[in-house]
Design a protein around this ligand. Structure first.
Ligand code: GLU
Length: 470
């Protein structure tokens, strides 16, 4: 039997990291077994489903590279099919119309709560003839006897008594089918063999199994994965920072870093931390997913991101970095090749946004010196070094990193000081900060004209401050 998994988001918001992790697990399970992965959009809640959200989900999946073999399949396109199935259940006496009023339902609920019983529908309409003309819902006739055991790949065996399960509504008064019915029909029609989803759905599973059995079908295998917690132990939410996949892109996270991070949230393979997708498709086993919830750890994500930034092809990083420089009003085609800049910065940034920020100096003059760096390095004693190095740079014939290195070194030698005494003021003059790639590459990327202009500005700054001090 071909393995087939699905990711079935309800398009009521962005694609959040919990959903992305579920999608990744489903995708990996399918890939590992040479199976298929389906994307299904569960948009039957028309009030809350939006096109923007569908787009956000599709965009997130594409960005992460979780390509699907079938879909997106929209549940709203399948109402006819759901109604046919409801009709079949009615014909077999496995579903029935119910016209109980809200007051009546509230009444039984209150009475059940008062005697500390679990609130559930009392089956009042099971034996009644409710006409189809008056407003009514349709309920599934849950078996009275026996029970259901969910043999879950993550949670193990979880047993439910049928006596605890309701005759749940499968069609609302407005004629729309409900979640538990549509999921069952879809999983069946699409030939889903493995349902991997959040454990907030675990309690729906025995109900879905009962409906499947009523339709004469065998249930798929289930795996319910635990939720993701924030660093304070409560359920991950906006309060903890970014939760939407696309927010991570905006923050300069690479998709492979986020995927690697997400797979390790609840799954491990020895103490290995870094996994390529290819490797994961060999190694991932849904049975190894932890039962316990795992906590989101932003530092670890940043560590992985830094790793991938370092390892990745500079050309690709440059492509991803370009729009982020655009956000800083920089046109990277006006200046040195961005690939060169990336090579110089690859070891120095945890995110692409940070890389854009620390690379801006290459393309445009900075607004002001970073105060601490200026205080330390742009002091009157630095003026001579800057003056000398300016003269030397003005006449260097070969503007290459090697020649620039020699030039700075020679100035230091002539002045009989350590190279840092020249290089650090020079760096602050040219970059605005005390940190940048090697001084040779820094000067090379900035170019002669801008270097000289910025050194002049630093000399003016020193002179003005010296004046202040007098
Ligand atoms: N649409 C459901 C959700 O977004 C998922 C249903 C399922 O995976 O069975 O929570």
């Amino acid at each position: 039997m071909t393995v087939k998994t699905r990711f079935a988001p309800s398009p009521t918001g962005y694609l959040h990291v919990g959903g992305a992790r579920t999608a990744l697990f489903s995708w990996l399970h399918a890939r590992r077994h040479g199976g298929k992965f389906v994307l299904r959009i569960e948009d039957t809640d028309r009030e809350r489903s939006t096109d923007e959200s569908v787009n956000a989900i599709l965009e997130g999946m594409t960005w992460l590279g979780l390509e699907y073999d079938e879909g997106p399949i929209y549940q709203t396109h399948r109402f006819e099919r759901y109604n046919t199935v409801i009709g079949e259940l009615m014909a077999k006496g496995l579903a029935y119309r119910c016209d109980c009023s809200r007051e009546r339902l509230d009444g039984i609920r209150e009475e059940q709560m008062a005697r500390k019983a679990k609130p559930r529908y009392d089956g009042h309409c099971r034996g009644r003839e409710v006409g189809s003309d008056a407003p009514h819902v349709i309920r599934f006739r849950n078996p009275d006897e026996g029970g259901v055991v969910v043999d879950d790949r993550v949670r193990g065996k979880v047993a439910y008594d049928n006596a605890e399960l309701d005759d749940l509504i499968i069609r609302r008064t407005d004629g729309s089918p409900t979640y538990n019915l549509t999921v069952v029909v879809d999983d069946l029609d699409m030939g889903i063999t493995d349902v991997i989803r959040g454990d907030d759905h675990l309690n729906n599973t025995p109900r879905q199994i009962n409906i499947l059995r009523a339709l004469g079908a065998e249930p798929p295998r289930y795996a319910h994965v635990p939720m993701i917690l924030g660093d304070d132990g409560s359920r991950l939410s906006k309060r903890h920072g970014a939760v939407s996949v696309m927010q991570y892109r905006e923050q300069g996270i690479l998709p492979e870093a986020l995927l690697n991070y997400l797979v390790r949230l609840g799954w491990s393979y020895g103490d290995q931390e870094i996994f390529s997708l290819d490797e994961l498709t060999q190694l991932f086993d849904i049975k190894d997913v932890n039962k316990a919830a795992s906590s989101f750890n932003t530092d670890k994500l940043l560590w992985l991101n830094q790793h991938y930034i370092k390892e990745d092809d500079p050309k690709r990083i440059a492509r991803l970095l370009s729009p982020l420089l655009g956000d800083l009003d920089i046109d990277p085609t006006q200046g040195p090749d961005l690939v060169e800049v990336v090579k110089a910065q690859q070891e120095r940034a945890k995110t692409l946004v940070e890389m854009a920020e620390i690379s801006a100096f290459v393309y445009k003059d900075f607004d002001e010196f970073e105060p601490k760096a200026a205080k330390k390095h742009l002091r009157p004693v630095a003026a001579e070094a800057l003056q000398q190095v300016r003269e030397a740079l003005a006449i260097v014939s070969d503007w290459s990193p090697a020649a620039l290195h020699d030039t700075v070194e020679r100035v230091a030698e002539l002045m009989d000081v350590k190279m840092g005494k020249v290089a650090q003021p020079l760096r602050v003059a040219v970059v605005g900060r005390a940190a940048s790639p090697g001084i040779d590459v820094t000067l090379y990327l900035v170019g002669r004209e801008a270097c000289l202009r910025r050194i002049d500005r630093a000399l003016e700054y020193i002179a003005a401050r010296a004046g202040d001090q007098v």
